[in-house]
Design a protein around this ligand. Structure first.
Ligand SMILES: [Zn+2]
Ligand SMILES: [Zn+2]
Length: 211
């Protein structure tokens, strides 16, 4: 049974709806990689975005499942390097939104948990896998399903989601790309090597938890 969740930035300026959610329509994971951590530090909000081990919870799905109803002009994107993922956020309150490829041709959106309101466990199903554990902070004992990279069964699940999305024509229905020009709706900001080094240092130091 597919589910819906309201999608919103923290201040409520950017709002929309995520449809057809469920364990079969996406890949719910936690990523501990240094780049996801650097993105949270870039936004100045590592506390609410990262878990205590520096992980970012992401739902990998088709971008066409997201419909923005207001505040789309607040969407911005950055790249840690000139070849990196587009990392989208709401400029109004610097809430992370999603990661996409640089082209709409691959209908992929890794939606960050902070953009989804309501019960994620009910709507998305359980977290399937935790990846890039070598970048995680603190004591991981007690947490299971840690992997270095996506394990094959999970990769297959993810590939199936991408393939079905492409066959449905979802690459023409991404809220992150202009349907005519196929360009990102906001010009990506590519970080300088210096800025990236600063963020990498912050990520290495670990997530700062807000009280
Ligand atoms: Zn906002
Ligand atoms: Zn990551």
């Amino acid at each position: 049974m597919p589910n819906e969740l309201p999608a919103s930035c923290a201040c409520g300026t950017l709002q929309g709806l995520a449809r057809d959610l469920g364990p079969d329509t996406g890949n719910r994971l936690v990523c501990y990689c240094d780049d996801c951590q650097a993105f949270a530090h870039f936004l100045g909000k590592p506390g609410p975005v990262l878990d205590e081990h520096g992980g970012t919870e992401i739902f990998q799905t088709s971008p066409a499942r997201f419909e923005l109803s207001q505040g789309a002009d607040q969407l911005r994107c950055m790249r840690l390097t000139s070849k990196g993922l587009l990392r989208w956020y709401a400029a109004c309150c610097r809430t992370p939104v999603a990661n996409t490829m640089a082209t709409p041709q691959i209908p992929f959106a890794g939606v960050v948990h902070s953009f989804l309101s309501g019960g994620r466990d009910e709507a998305l199903g359980p977290i399937r896998v935790r990846v890039q554990a070598r970048f995680a902070h603190g004591d991981l004992a007690g947490l299971t399903t840690y992997e270095r990279i996506l394990p094959p069964r999970n990769l297959l699940h993810f590939a199936g989601i991408l393939l079905r999305a492409r066959l449905r024509g979802d690459h023409k229905r991404s809220p992150f790309f202009d349907p005519q020009t196929r360009e990102p709706i906001s010009i990506p900001e590519v970080l300088s090597p210096e800025a990236r080094a600063e963020l990498a240092k912050a990520a290495l130091a670990g997530p700062v938890r807000e009280a």
